[in-house]
Design a protein around this ligand. Structure first.
Ligand code: TXA
Ligand code: MG
Length: 353
């Protein structure tokens, strides 16, 4: 049995305690600008094993290694493609994870046996201060139980991992709210493995062409470019339906579906922008407004907390709608598509997406 998880403040003492725990091979969750990470020393096999055990994560799913500074890159990778320098200048510290060749000091358990390693330099001041103080590369997946919604507050981490990890640095809610963009630089043309905090448009501006990795059907096991491309990830317990179409068509569909479910005596949770919440306010639904449809940053920031809140109230089903594919909206679409695990309703052909 483990001790209870300690909540640490983000002052000098809290950071020193967190750093000492990490150096000793224990696990500390900490805020990044995207979501909370579950940190352990990337150079310590036992710590890495504890991360997989705490999350209930399959050993085939590799971890992201976090660094304080680009000067530390040679500790994790043997080769630095020019594109790394280019991208580092533009986007680091920040919500971009790069897949590069694995260096010899990184245990194979971190990379799930792959010759490549995922690396990121986070921008959150607490993450940066912690990484500087520890002086080690820190492996950190999102600090949630495997397959469920990522945490954007210390309370979310505690709800998922209390008693399974040693401490949580409580730095308040995270700023971006969805995970980092994962970009593979070991393919002939850089390949987007997961849309996230840095937009595809911004990457294409810098690199020219970027391919988009294809999502894998659930249960398709080994040999995936990135296990994180699997469907049924980021999923709530409540069945979620994700609708795509024009704003008008989606609103009509939402109203019809809500009415049909209410007629069956079901309870409906709505995960929609403010405009839809207002338009459907006459219906008896449980709603978590996310912000205005035009403000995808705000919606991304609120998305996981809203999803968790709705899920906890145990409606019969949750209805969510698409926000397009520009900027952070692509990451939101990706997470909601996976949360829906196949329950996606296409109202009309999507043009240009
Ligand atoms: O924003 C984030 O990226 C957060 C914060 C804590 O940094 N971390 C995060 O980690 O989301 P995680 O483990 O939940 O997602 C990492 C993703 C997974 O989809 C994993 O399969 C992929 O990165 N990945 C890691 N190493 C890889 C590798 N060598 N090749 C391909 N994909 C890799
Ligand atoms: Mg995750």
């Amino acid at each position: 049995m483990r001790n209870l998880t300690r909540i640490l403040p983000v002052d000098a003492d809290g950071l020193a305690t967190a750093a000492a725990l990490l150096r000793a091979g224990w696990l500390v969750a900490f805020p990044t600008e995207t979501v909370y990470g579950l940190g352990g020393s990337a150079l310590d096999e036992a710590a890495v094993a504890r991360i997989f055990a705490a999350k209930g994560r399959p050993a085939e799913d590799p971890l992201i290694v976090h660094l304080a500074d680009v000067a530390e890159l040679p500790r994790v990778t043997t080769a630095l493609p020019v594109s790394v320098t280019l991208l580092a200048e533009a986007f680091w510290p920040g919500p971009l994870t790069l897949i590069v060749p694995r260096g010899p000091d990184i245990p194979l358990s971190v990379t799930a046996g792959r010759p490549t390693v995922a690396v990121r330099i986070p921008a959150h001041p607490v993450a940066r201060a912690l990484l500087r103080e520890v002086g080690l590369p820190i492996a950190a997946p999102s600090a949630n139980r495997f397959g469920y919604t990522s945490p954007t507050t210390a309370a979310h981490v505690l709800a998922d991992l209390d008693g399974r990890i040693d401490a949580i640095l409580d730095g308040g809610p995270t700023m971006i709210g969805v995970e980092s963009t994962v970009l593979d630089l070991t393919t002939p043309i850089p390949t987007l493995l997961r849309p996230g905090g840095i937009s595809l448009e911004a990457l294409r501006d810098r690199l020219g062409s970027v391919l988009v990795g294809q999502r894998q059907p659930a249960g398709s096991g080994a040999g995936l470019a990135s296990p994180g491309l699997l469907e049924r990830h980021y999923a709530p317990v409540t069945p979620l339906w994700f609708v795509r179409g024009s704003p008008e068509a989606m609103q009509i569909w939402l109203r019809e579906r809500v009415c049909a479910e209410l007629a069956l005596g079901h309870r409906v949770g709505l995960l929609v922008p403010d405009e839809d919440a207002a338009a459907l306010a006459d219906l008896e639904v449980d709603c978590e407004p996310l912000g205005p449809a035009g403000d995808v940053s705000q919606i991304a920031r609120h998305l996981y907390a809203a999803l968790r809140a709705l899920d906890q109230r145990q409606p019969t089903l949750i209805l969510a709608r698409d926000l397009g594919a520009i900027g952070l909206a692509l990451a939101i679409r990706d997470r909601l598509t996976r949360a829906a695990a196949g329950r996606v309703v296409e109202l009309e052909p999507m043009l240009g997406t």
